[in-house]
Write a protein that binds this ligand. Structure first.
Ligand code: NAI
Ligand code: PHE
Length: 360
């Protein structure tokens, strides 16, 4: 849908920057959802979208989710996101030059927004952006002086979310013998799989990348693979979406044979009504921004606040376990969806700093 006054009002954020990168014909969209509590921070997503409207929708939703993540993490950072709408593939040199120009855009924002990696970008890309965008860059490689990939704290956060969800569903957070299905074995999914195997969980996974699937089956012979089109029919305790967003809708929710959903993917619900659909089906849904905040929280704490890595990962797990439990208890006692219960907590935390100023 094209951008409109209604959409901007619904977003409730501060500023949407649009920039045409003439050299690559890419469109850079920077959504600064909130920068009053502290500077906005959030990853740079770079990909080919079906159309520009989808890219705009993504930057608005994702920047809003970052505000919620930092509120749930109890950190004085705001929400932001960059989406780069690619019109063609870029070769290595073009990509590098693009990132150098992006660093200059960051400089022009004078610290109102800090970037990090996201889908389609890596810590190596952050190293390049840093050359011109210093210091407004998170998650550079360890070699370059950064904290490295955000996938590690993200995966540990999802793991904490799975344990809390099992505690609520089955009365114990022990994962031994539990069946967990991971959709998407990328950066986060692979780390999560290894953590779960250490806990003797039974892991089923899917991925669309055949080479990756072959490698994983060789590396971890106890795990089971199912083709991607079987994703919503898997009988399991926990479904962990770790590929991409908008996978839950009226059709897929009807098919699901899981008891809980806890995954890293951003914006898993296709529309707000899906939260109610899950509740009706008796599936316990861990709100995505609550259980995938580990990357943002962990990296920001390490790099901006000097928290040691191990302590930061522990803090991520503690924050997610405690707040997710609060969400589940509130949703049960008020007979609302977990999304509604999470939103109430987020709003309360934001109002502490900014009464009625930010729309989530
Ligand atoms: P990634 O790009 O490394 O991994 C995604 C994986 O999903 C790839 O292996 C890909 O082949 C697979 N995939 C794509 N479409 C699929 C489909 N239809 N069915 C099954 N598999 C499919 O991404 P990463 O970093 O692991 O992130 C995963 C998700 O978590 C993304 O949605 C990301 O936005 C979100 N997230 C990641 C964070 C991080 O720190 N990496 C932080 C917060 C959220
Ligand atoms: N891009 C990730 C997210 O969506 C993680 C991240 C954010 C990493 C900000 C560093 C800084 O949460």
């Amino acid at each position: 849908m094209p951008i409109s006054k209604e959409i901007m009002e619904q977003w409730g954020g501060e500023t949407l920057i649009t920039h045409l990168d003439k050299e690559t014909q890419s469109i850079v969209l920077i959504g600064i959802h909130s920068s009053q509590i502290g500077p906005a921070a959030g990853g740079l997503r770079m990909k080919k979208y079906k159309n520009l409207e989808d890219a705009v929708t993504d930057v608005l939703n994702l920047s809003q989710a970052m505000t919620s993540k930092f509120a749930m993490a109890n950190m004085k950072w705001g929400g932001g996101k960059t989406v780069v709408y690619l019109t063609r593939d870029l070769d290595t040199t073009e990509r590098e030059q693009f990132f150098m120009r992006f660093g200059e855009i960051l400089q022009s924002l004078q610290g109102r927004y800090y970037v990090g990696p996201d889908v389609g970008t890596s810590s190596e890309d952050m190293d390049i952006i840093y050359k011109t965008g210093k210091p407004f860059v998170f998650s550079r490689t360890v070699k370059a002086g950064g904290a490295g990939s955000s996938s590690v704290p993200t995966a540990y956060g999802v793991y904490a979310g799975i344990k809390t969800t099992c505690k609520f569903l089955f009365g114990t957070e022990r994962l031994e013998g539990r069946t967990i299905f991971i959709q998407g074995l990328g950066n986060v999914g692979q780390i999560l799989l290894k953590i779960l195997l250490k806990e003797n969980a039974r892991v089923i996974f899917t991925d669309t990348n055949p080479e990756l699937v072959d490698r994983m089956l060789k590396e971890e012979p106890t795990v089971q693979f199912l083709p991607p089109d079987k994703s919503y029919d898997v009988a399991c305790d926990i479904f962990a979406p770790c590929a991409h967003g908008a996978i839950l809708n009226a059709t897929t929710i009807n098919q699901l044979k899981c008891k809980g959903i806890v995954g890293a993917a951003n914006n898993q619900l296709s529309e707000p009504e899906d939260a109610e659909r899950l509740k009706i089906r008796g599936i316990l849904y861990a709100p995505d921004y609550m259980v995938n905040l580990g990357g943002a929280m962990g990296i920001t704490a390490i790099e901006a606040e000097g928290v040691p890595e191990e302590e930061s990962i522990e803090n991520v797990q503690k924050t997610i376990s405690e707040t997710l439990a609060e969400i589940y208890i509130n949703a049960k006692s008020a007979d609302t969806t977990t999304v509604e219960a999470a939103m109430k907590i987020t709003q309360k935390r934001l109002e502490k700093y900014l009464p009625n100023k930010i729309g989530i």
